[in-house]
Design a protein around this ligand. Structure first.
Ligand SMILES: NC(=O)c1ccc[n+]([C@@H]2O[C@H](COP(=O)([O-])OP(=O)(O)OC[C@H]3O[C@@H](n4cnc5c(N)ncnc54)[C@H](O)[C@@H]3O)[C@@H](O)[C@H]2O)c1
Length: 463
């Protein structure tokens, strides 16, 4: 008789098999979750790598969160990639602090707006040289060749001055900068300059010279702790149709002859308001036709030089009645820089905080000129001598589109309050300008070849 099957053995075998199946399934699950985990880590690493590669380098932080009314978009040629993460990045903050902290323990910490501009770059270097901290702010717009502004920026960065690429209308950027650094002073030079360009692009004057100024004063009055003292650039153009000579701070300035002049005059009234309501200490400086090395290509002495060297005719204005020559109180850049530093050094502290005035604050306005007007024809003669080339002059009546026939500064107030005394005459100043010009634009060889007879070539080479 066959013995019955051993059921207990079969059951055991089945249980063992099912145990093995469960173990295998569990292993499979573990393996696949490990695979998933590793894939996720790998993907995350790849993302981090991609982000790092696309992050802007330290030297070119830029901010484009400017409001729509900024003229940067119309004019700017510089690329810009704003992110709030750039503002909060450690490297950006390090750059700002390194640049803005004074080397000298009793030094100032100055935010210079328009630092890539003509006057701004010179003032920034002078402040840094004497041990003050300087942070620049400029939107690098293309009103004139932005590569000149970039060259000035390179020069400044060699002296450890960092320029933030941003707009004064960008309040959140301004607040971030004031949160990072308790600036003692603002030297506000950013503006839309030029008299005749106002007929082509009036809005750019409103945006930078009025809206931008208000945006800066708002942050200085309400957010900055402590409130900084402010020194800013007005202009001799506010004298407009004034006929009393020499121009004194007591003369009328309510008849501007150009929109540029009107925005500067508006700036003076706005300064009064912020001083009155918020206790901001504000000093306005009326510059008179500033010229010199690293100057502005839209100004006559600069484009006359270019045209004379390339044999092109230049247009020289005579007065509307045809009887006289247009004259300017040309002021050399080093004299203006001394005036700006004198104004900063004698600026009293603002009295308010958090948007509340705590007492009367200083409000000043000064002429910074050369005190000796020179007819434009004489300027051309000096350039002809320095360049060794005769200019092809086209003399016409000055159109009534904003320019005034004559400027002449009385600077006794600035002399009395901070020792301002201009020392460079036009011939000496233009000589320095031409030396810079021929070197910057690489015209040295032409000078050797006969152009520039008035300039000693060895001097040119050593600029
Ligand atoms: N140079 C002169 O003869 C003269 C005469 C009178 C007054 N000023 C005034 O002096 C100041 C400096 O003049 P400058 O000759 O150096 O001119 P500039 O054009 O060389 O410098 C101004 C700088 O401000 C920047 N800027 C303009 N709008 C800006 C904005 N919204 N945000 C940030 N940056 C901005 C520009 O990019 C430029 O680099 C200006 O306020 C000008 O109106 C100059």
């Amino acid at each position: 008789m066959a013995s019955p099957p051993d059921t207990s053995k079969t059951t055991k075998l089945e249980r063992y098999n099912s145990y093995l199946r469960r173990i295998n399934t569990a292993r499979l699950l573990t393996l696949s979750s490990q695979l998933l985990f590793r894939t996720t880590i790998l993907a995350a690493l790849l993302l981090i790598l991609l982000f790092t590669l696309h992050h802007p380098p330290l030297s070119s932080f830029s901010f484009s969160s400017s409001p729509p009314h900024s003229h940067r978009s119309l004019l700017s040629s510089s690329s810009s990639s704003s992110t709030s993460s750039s503002l909060s990045s450690h490297s950006f903050q390090r750059q700002v602090l390194h640049s803005a902290t004074p080397r000298n323990p009793t030094g100032l910490s100055v935010l210079v707006t328009g630092a890539a501009g003509f006057v701004g770059s010179h003032c920034s270097l002078a402040l840094k040289k004497r041990g003050d901290g300087v942070l620049g702010l400029d939107n690098f717009n293309s009103y004139y060749d932005p590569s000149l502004k970039r060259s000035r920026q390179s020069l400044l960065s060699k002296h450890s001055i960092f320029i933030v690429d941003g707009d004064i209308n960008d309040s959140s950027l301004l607040k971030t900068l004031f949160d990072l650094t308790p600036f003692t002073h603002i030297l506000h030079l950013a503006a839309q300059a030029g008299v005749r360009y106002a007929m082509r692009n009036p809005q750019s004057y409103i945006s930078s010279n009025i809206a931008g100024f208000v945006s800066l004063l708002e942050v200085a009055a309400k957010s900055a702790d402590p409130q900084p003292s402010i020194v800013w650039a007005s202009s001799s153009s506010v004298y407009g149709l004034n006929v009393e000579n020499p121009f004194s701070e007591l003369h009328r300035t309510d008849r501007p002859a150009s929109l540029y002049a009107a925005t500067k005059k508006a700036g003076e009234e706005i300064a009064h308001t912020y001083n009155h309501i918020y206790g901001l200490s504000i000093t306005g400086l009326r510059f008179f036709t500033v010229y010199g090395p690293w100057g502005r290509p839209d100004m006559a002495y600069f484009f006359f030089t270019k045209s004379i060297l390339s044999g092109k005719p230049i247009t020289v204005f005579k007065t509307q009645d045809g009887a006289g020559e247009v004259a300017r109180d040309f002021t050399y850049i080093d004299d203006v820089v001394k005036g700006c530093l004198g104004a900063l050094d004698t600026a009293e502290k603002s009295t308010g905080s958090g948007g509340k005035k705590k007492g009367q604050a200083q409000l000043r306005i000064y002429n910074l000129g050369n005190t000796s007007p020179v007819p434009v024809g004489k300027l051309v003669g000096i350039l002809e001598g320095l360049l060794g080339v005769k200019a092809k002059k086209n003399v016409v009546k000055m159109p009534s589109n904003g320019d005034v026939p004559y400027t002449h500064a009385n600077v006794s107030l600035a002399e009395h309050d901070f020792g301002y005394r201009p020392t460079t005459d036009l011939a000496a100043g233009l000589r320095k300008f031409v030396k810079w010009y021929v070197q910057y634009y690489g015209i040295k060889n032409k000078v050797h070849g006969g152009v520039g007879g008035g300039i000693d070539v060895s001097e040119v080479a050593s600029v």
